[in-house]
Design a binder for this molecule. Sequence first.
Ligand code: PMT
Length: 406
Amino acid sequence: MKATLHNKNILLGVCGGIAAYKSAELVRRLQDAGADVRVVMTSGATEFITPLTFQALSGNPVHTDLLDTQAEAAMGHIELARWADLILIAPATANTISRLASGRADDLLSAVCLASHSKIAIAPAMNHVMWSSSVTQQNINLLQQRKAVILGPASGMQACGEKGEGRLLEADELVAACSQLFKQGLLQGVSVMITAGPTHEPIDPVRFIGNRSSGRMGFAIAEAAVEQGAIVTLVAGPVQLTPPLHVTQINVETALQMQQAVMKHIAEQDIFIATAAVADYRPLDAQTQKIKKTGADLTLSLTPNPDILSEVAALDNPPFTLGFAAETQHVKDYALQKLKQKNIHMIAANQVAHEDQQDTGFNSEYNALQIFWQGNGQGGEQTLERCRKTELARQLLTLLAKQYYA
Ligand code: PMT
């Protein structure tokens, strides 16, 4: 895998944190993998480790100042930005993450990032409370939306003496992750349609039946599929998420609209991934005027919605189908039942509304999945442990690609 870094130009951004000492080892490991490494240090980083260390290790001058005329004359920030195939920031502090998220360009590292078309990989390292703070998480989300790749952090004992998430990944893990970024996509040129979010089934003009789906799982899969080179169509129910880049997004409200949008474009798809929490029922007679309160009991009659996933799987020439199953109990049994009943290739089951499943699944940044597949006479299963949906989506697509090409 390391061969993919051969002859790659990697600009390593080092920020001011105690983990900066690990970046010295990282330079060596990147070189071992065949990369040419140049280092940009923030002023904070120079308080922890000297530029001389990186100069000796990388064999290249180290860049620290944006407004240094001599350095700019040799290789200025624009040249550095153009030179890099990948900008890897390790360790990335909360401060640098925040500067990048807000588009600052008043130090060399942030200016290079802003001026570069290259991929940016960010390996955060900080105290676990700083990492989990909502502002850092918002900045991370923003950077991910702009296609930055977030590597880690790992969890464990921290320099502050506390335990938690916020440790810099080890040098070997970072090198492996960087190699992945230069691989040809697993789904290069493959057409993938994804449904995401809830559906809203109108009762009257101001009320609806809905559910707690945020759309995050489906949007994360759409982004991961783009990363893997897929041509992605996202059919999204009513969600509050920023449309992913390089994705054709079709917005719908109801299950019937979702069905119509899916069936209109399904013939062009190689893979169909049904992440949406589609309402199983809709009010039989949605009222055109607001229902008035009378004080008497009110009964709503519901009628079943079409099952979009089953309909796709039943086509004469169906795409490869991956369904989701949100279950509160007997997860494996129910998921396997759905796999067979809907006659799909794979199913990703998540346990929801369980007391052990805090901040997981519906309307969370995190999820955990049990995947089952039918295969050619030989089915299989794999568990994907709880992690951010963005990371989980990548793991899920790796599994899916194996089955798709099998
Ligand atoms: O959106 P998030 O907040 O990120 O949350 C993600 C999630 C929990 C919604 C997601 O991981 C998930 O589990 N989605 C499926 C939820 C669900 O409604 O499952 P189900 O067991 O009811 O449906 C089974 C499968 O059939 C699903 O793939 C569903 O999209 C599909 N289906 C269901 C009913 C229907 N009428 N049409 C369908 O296509």
